[in-house]
Ligand binder design. Structure first.
Ligand SMILES: CC(C)(COP(=O)(O)OP(=O)(O)OC[C@H]1O[C@@H](n2cnc3c(N)ncnc32)[C@H](O)[C@@H]1OP(=O)(O)O)[C@@H](O)C(=O)NCCC(=O)NCCS
Length: 187
């Protein structure tokens, strides 16, 4: 219901709401180790109450227009998601994020889903800057940023302590004029 097709392989982008916590938890259990290598999402969604609370926090952000979360489903099964972790309509900025369960990586699902999210941020909401923060060790996610045509702004050295390691966090971004120009070139 209310899903956007991501291509002809049965992939869709659709709602991920508190009532779908059970679906998210089952998906997280399939991908917990892989997803958790660089991001804390699996340690946030550990059981049904914590998963529901996570989705409720996003429902609250959505209501306040300060963030969004959407699920990626393949033939009806939740296999990943994309989010605007932060959104500031006054400043015209947002920060995007993503994850997938390992069985569906390597087929462009996240790249396709984030494109829809950036289209929405730029064309519908008029935001100017979409940011991507990623550990410099997270090669797959850096490749997504590159594939999206983002520019590496810089590195927040050792800014993210995670699992006993202080990660260098790369900041990537695309600006609205760049996004529009790339769309024109692709036509
Ligand atoms: C980051 C993450 C989502 C990237 O997953 P991914 O599968 O590499 O990304 P995509 O879904 O965009 O797929 C890209 C791959 O599909 C291929 N592909 C196939 N069809 C494609 C298409 N139509 N469009 C784009 N890529 C396509 C690409 O060539 C690429 O393969 P490659 O990496 O071997 O070059 C995944 O590694 C993940 O969930 N990691 C754990 C959570 C995480 O770190 N999240 C990011 C936090 S910053």
């Amino acid at each position: 219901m209310f899903a956007i097709s991501l291509g002809d392989d049965g992939a869709e982008l659709g709602p991920l709401e508190p009532w779908q916590a059970e679906e998210l938890l089952a998906h997280m259990d399939r991908g917990r180790e892989y997803i958790g290598r660089y991001v804390a999402l699996p340690t946030v969604c550990t059981d049904l109450p914590s998963t529901r609370a996570f989705l409720q926090a996003y429902a609250d952000k959505t209501a306040a227009d300060k963030g969004r979360i959407l699920g990626i489903r393949l033939d009806g099964t939740l296999v990943g998601g994309v989010m605007l972790r932060l959104m500031d309509t006054a400043a015209g900025t947002c920060e995007a994020g993503c994850w997938l369960e390992p069985s569906v990586s390597g087929r462009g699902l996240v790249t396709r889903a984030v494109r829809v999210l950036i289209d929405w941020a730029v064309y519908e909401r008029g935001l100017h800057r979409v940011e991507w923060q990623v550990s410099s060790a997270n090669t797959a996610s850096i490749k997504v940023a590159e594939r999206l045509g983002m520019t590496k702004d810089g590195v927040l050295r050792e800014s993210y302590p995670y699992r006993g390691v202080r990660h260098d966090m790369e900041v990537w971004s695309v600006l609205a004029p760049e996004w529009r120009a790339a769309a024109r070139e692709a036509r």
